[in-house]
Design a protein around this ligand. Structure first.
Ligand SMILES: *Cc1c(COP(=O)(O)O)cnc(C)c1O
Length: 397
């Protein structure tokens, strides 16, 4: 081979005797075929085969297989983000004239997608009270084709009666999907409860280090896999094997990370309850958490993410107190090694759940830092807020 060919065509080296514990990162756009006939017949390889880099490499398929095994499903599809995991299920299942039921407490961009993308295309949605349980039956008319769940709800932490909702949907032949990002398959297995699509933002606990964006959809039937792969192929959606390699690395330590974060958050939740000005702590181990009994019945434990509801306080005072925390950072997304805290506002247009909290909601994601230092930070925060509230009251009198 001449040099100009040699620079393109490398010699192949033996893999014999090479056995590594790491998953190789296989990058590819082109997949080459043995001969022209194989290329011509590539469609017969189906959604499990290799045909083009966009549709998967051994790295992406290893992550898919790992998640399928953990979720107890039949197949998994990896997509570029958690949000894409939700929208791809909706786009696959729903046709014009159909309706999807979504819980009021769903990850907020879900409602945005329904209102701003699906509705103008003739696909409808109805928002339901996350604590509806089996009474969801009354909302399932003949146009409903999908019931979406998210347990617990983003920020407000409602654990849903998933078995009751699934039973009502199944009785009418309607498909169900569940956002399992909070629990991960280590704490809850939707497929075992009859859910058809178990979606997860791998961005959070699976990645675990705040450096990737990925989502997954695990299904209980091969036909749903084929339908999802048809959607991603037609829209042109694929994922980078580099991101999948990071997810495969992250997932190896997910068990110890979640166990530790769950223990620390459980302890913190109990102690935070004692501060003046704290109304309640929405942590699954505490009875104040809506659906606490369903968590006890269906889930295997807690993780590091929970919410504190505190008395109202001036926005700037709160901002200053949060900004002066030493270990906690302020930022969205959660489930990483760095502890996070964010003030959340719960504004619900067309709300199915009246009322809501008028206080301050602080969402906390416990990371892996020194527990005592984390507590010092929280102790200072809640004592500062209590003191400022007291001073505010005194000044007003
Ligand atoms: C973060 C999150 C998502 C979206 O994940 P991205 O990868 O950021 O798109 C979806 N659902 C829940 C519950 C989440 O917390």
């Amino acid at each position: 081979m001449k040099d100009l060919s040699r620079v393109v065509h490398r010699p192949s080296v033996s893999h014999e005797g090479f056995s590594s514990l790491a998953v190789p990162t296989y990058r590819a756009s082109t997949i080459v075929f043995e001969n022209a006939e194989e290329y011509a017949n590539r469609k017969t390889r189906g959604p499990d085969g290799y045909t083009y880099g966009l549709h998967g490499t051994p790295t992406t398929k290893t992550l898919e297989a790992q998640l399928t095994a953990l979720e107890g499903g039949e197949r998994t599809v990896i997509v570029p983000s958690g949000q894409a995991g939700i929208t791809i299920v909706f786009l696959t299942v729903l046709r014009p004239g159909d309706k999807v039921l979504i819980p009021d407490t769903a990850y907020p961009p879900v409602k945005g997608f329904c209102v701003n993308y699906l509705e103008p295309r003739g696909i409808h949605h109805e928002v339901y009270d996350p604590m509806i349980g089996g009474e969801i039956d009354a909302l399932i008319d003949e146009t409903v084709k999908l019931v979406w769940m998210e347990s617990p709800g983003s920020t407000t932490m409602e654990f849903q009666d998933i078995p009751a909702i699934v039973a009502a949907a199944k009785a009418k032949g309607v498909l169900t999907g569940c956002d399992n990002t909070w629990a991960t398959p280590l704490l809850f297995k939707p497929i075992a409860h009859g859910v058809d699509f178990s979606m997860e933002a791998l961005t959070k606990y699976v990645g675990g280090h705040s450096d990737i964006l990925l989502g997954s959809i695990t299904v209980n039937e091969v036909k749903h896999h084929r339908a999802l792969k048809d959607t991603t192929r037609m829209i042109g959606i694929g994922v980078s094997p580099d991101e999948c390699a990071l997810a495969l690395r992250g997932i190896e330590t997910m068990g110890v990370r979640i166990k530790h974060m769950g223990e620390v958050s459980t302890d913190f939740a109990r102690r935070i309850r004692e501060f003046p000005g704290v109304r309640k702590v929405l942590h699954p181990t505490l009875p104040d958490c809506p659906g606490h009994e369903y968590w006890e019945r269906d889930f295997a434990g807690a993780n590091g993410v929970f919410t504190v509801v505190a008395d109202p306080i001036d926005e700037h005072v709160l901002g200053d107190a949060l900004s002066s925390m030493k270990i906690f950072s302020i930022g969205a997304s959660w489930g990483g090694t760095h502890s996070l805290i964010v003030p959340m506002s719960i504004s619900r247009e067309c709300s199915a759940t009246p009322g809501g909290e008028d206080g301050v909601l602080l969402r906390i994601s416990v990371g892996l830092e020194d527990k005592d230092e984390l507590w010092e930070d929280l102790d200072t925060l809640f004592k500062t807020l209590a003191a400022k509230r007291g001073a505010g009251l005194a000044a007003a009198q």
